[in-house]
Ligand binder design. Structure first.
Ligand code: ADP
Ligand code: MG
Length: 290
């Protein structure tokens, strides 16, 4: 494209809240074969809420929330905020030895017992007795919930099911990309069952689940190694390396500064449909004004 065309294109984008940070991004956006969306905070609102509780025999809901809330008080994960909100005014207890377990959850000591909060994998690697709640966990995940398993003293005491609503335009964005011949992938640290359910609702082509934060960029690379031009859309700090690795990185404007610095395009309205707008704008700029 001529410098004039690029100026017009980026100007038009800016007026619509689509900020191209460089001329090559405008050109590269015309060539994308696949767009990967981060799930949490990008396809979803990133405002998780507790929607269901299941307790094992001998545990009350308040007991479950009190133990879980005491540990999550020390975590900065969005799931922790949802659990604390649900715990409300329940008195929190002293916690010792708090640790994050990468990609799986957290661990700490509460009431003198080792306490684990996280996904099913965290329970499995610690040989936790599932205490009759295995089917409940599977069912809740099948409904698209993220399930926080709470183990106390070696056995599961309950499940906290969390939902994060999809953004109102996510399905339309996926459909519009596919109509243009662009494949759509969803990338998440969440478990496969939960991810598959949300992916089915949104009709995405490729589901990349159970991905550790440090492995997101490698997933972008894998698709590039298949000869594909890859767009990546994300909001979080842990999306930054993947945004850099992608041929075009798109940051959600309501996300972190780190994501916005790493991206080639910033979507100021935090609307997934603006990815489609960006591609249309780039195609129009390059075709009409060569
Ligand atoms: P994501 O950003 O997709 O949630 P993470 O690597 O942060 O990816 O977490 C992976 C999974 O580990 C989460 O889906 C959740 O099941 C579990 N997890 C992580 N942190 C916590 C926490 N503080 N409390 C409960 N579960 C957690
Ligand atoms: Mg995210």
């Amino acid at each position: 494209a001529t410098p004039m065309a690029v100026m017009v294109g980026t100007g038009l984008g800016a007026m619509n809240g689509i900020l191209f940070k460089n001329a090559s991004a405008l050109e590269d956006a015309t060539k994308l074969d696949v767009v990967i969306f981060d799930k949490t905070g990008t396809l979803t609102l990133g405002q998780p809420d507790v929607v269901d509780l299941a307790v094992a025999q001998g545990t009350t809901q308040d007991d479950l929330l009190q133990i879980a809330g005491s540990v999550e008080k020390l975590s900065e994960h969005p799931l922790a905020l949802a659990i604390l909100k649900r715990a409300g005014n329940l008195p929190l207890e002293p916690v010792e030895g708090f640790n994050n377990v990468d990609g799986m959850g957290t661990e700490a000591m509460v009431r003198g017992q080792r306490t684990l909060l996280g996904n099913r994998k965290l329970m499995d690697v610690n040989n936790v007795d599932l205490n009759g709640l295995s089917a409940d966990s599977r069912n809740l995940q099948g409904q698209g919930r993220t399930v926080v398993h709470v183990a106390h003293g070696g056995r599961l005491i309950g499940l906290i099911a969390i939902a994060d609503a999809v953004r109102p335009t996510s399905a339309a964005a996926v459909a519009a990309l596919r109509a243009k011949g662009v494949q759509v992938a969803m990338l998440t640290g969440d478990n496969r069952a939960t991810a598959e359910r949300i992916a089915r609702d949104l009709q995405v082509d490729i589901v990349l689940a159970d991905v550790l934060p440090g492995d997101k960029a490698a997933k972008v690379k894998e698709l590039q190694a298949q000869g594909k031009k890859v767009g990546m859309v994300g909001d979080g700090i842990n999306d930054a390396p993947a945004l850099t690795q992608a041929d075009v990185g798109f940051a959600i404007g309501a996300g972190t500064d780190v994501a916005m610095e790493s991206a080639d395009v910033v979507l100021m309205k935090s609307d997934p449909l603006d990815v489609v707008g960006a591609i249309e704008l780039s195609r129009a700029t390059l075709h009409k004004m060569h």
